[in-house]
Write a new protein. Sequence first.
Length: 364
Amino acid sequence: MNRISGEHRTVSGACCTIVHPPLTSRSPWFLALLTALFMLCAVPSLVAQDIHFSQFFQTPYALTPGNIGLFDGDHRVAGVFRQQWRAVTTPYRTFGAGGDAAHAFGVEQLGAGAWLYNDRAGDSRFNTFQISLGGSWTERFGDRREHSLTAGLQFGLTAISINYSDLQFDNQYNGFYFDPSLSNGESFARDALTHVDLHVGGVYRYHPAKRELVQVGLGLFNLTKPRIGFFGTEGDPLDRRASFHILTQFPVSEKVDVLPMFQYMGQGPFSELDLGGTVRYIMKDHYGVLRAVQGGLFYRASDAGYVYAGLERDDWTFGLSYDINFSDLVPASRNRGGIEFTAVRVFRKRPAVPARFKACPDLL
C-alpha cells in the first residue's frame, strides 16, 4: 500500500495528519483512448491521503466502485497484503479483502460486493480500518454485447485510532537525552474516531474476445469530506480523491499477450502517476484448465519502480510485486520500498466437458 504522496507521517496542528512529500507530482480502440483522454481532462484538480496499492490492476475494489461485479464469472473474492518501509521505521502493514457478485440477486445488470482493509503505520501504530458495501449497474451494447458501461456506488465506515504512548515529542528532551517520564505537553482529546463516507465510479469496457480488452475507469472518493481530528476540534476535512485508470490486453501471438496499463490519482495537492505493463505467457488453456504466467515492470513518477510476477492457475490469479524506492527517502530506505502479495479467485459455471468416445473393436 502506498500513500499518494510518499511516506512521512507527523502529528501536527488540529489533527493527526499523514504528511507525504508530493510525487512530483479498427476503431473501437481509438474510441476507447479518446474517451480516456476526455475523462482525464474532466478530473478536477483535487487537493490527501487514502490508501492504495501498487498492484492496482489486482485490487479492483480499491480502484473504483465501477469495478464491482465487473468480471468474467459469477462470483469473485480478492485479497491483498502489503508491507513497506521496514528499512526506515516500524513497517507499515496493510491487509485488504473483498468479494462481489456479477449477477446479484438474479439480476443480470446488477453487481454487489463488500470490501474491507486494515492499515497500521509507524511507531504510533496509526490504524485505519474501513469496511465498504457497494453496488453497480451495467449496460451492455454492441452487436456482440462487446461494449459495456458500469456505474458503481460505495458506502463506507472508517475507524481510525492512534497510540500516543510510543511517540516522542520535543518537550520530552531534557537537554541531554530523551526522557519518556516528562510530559509531552500535548492535550489530545481522543485517540480514536469514526466517520462514514461515500464513493462513486464508472467504467467503460470494450471486450470483443477473451484475450482482448480495453477498460477505462474513473473513481471519486470521500465525497462527504469527513473531518478528521484528535484535538477536540472539528478537525480538518479529508480531501476528495480522484482515480483514473486504463487497462488493456491484446494478443501478439498464439500464446503471448501484452497488457499495458496506466493509473493517475489526485488528492488535495498530491498526485501520483503509475505507468507500466505485463507480458502474459499461456502454457495451457483448455476446458477450464488454465496455466499462465506474467511478468511486468512499472514506474511510479518520482517515487519508485516496481517489478511484478503473476501466476494464473484455473480460477486463481496470484501476484507478487516489490517496490524499489528512488525518492528523496533513499538515504533512509536504501532503495527498499515494499513487498505486496495479491490473490484473486473467480467462481464461474463450467462448460460441459465433451465425452471422449472410443470405438469398440469389431469382433464379428
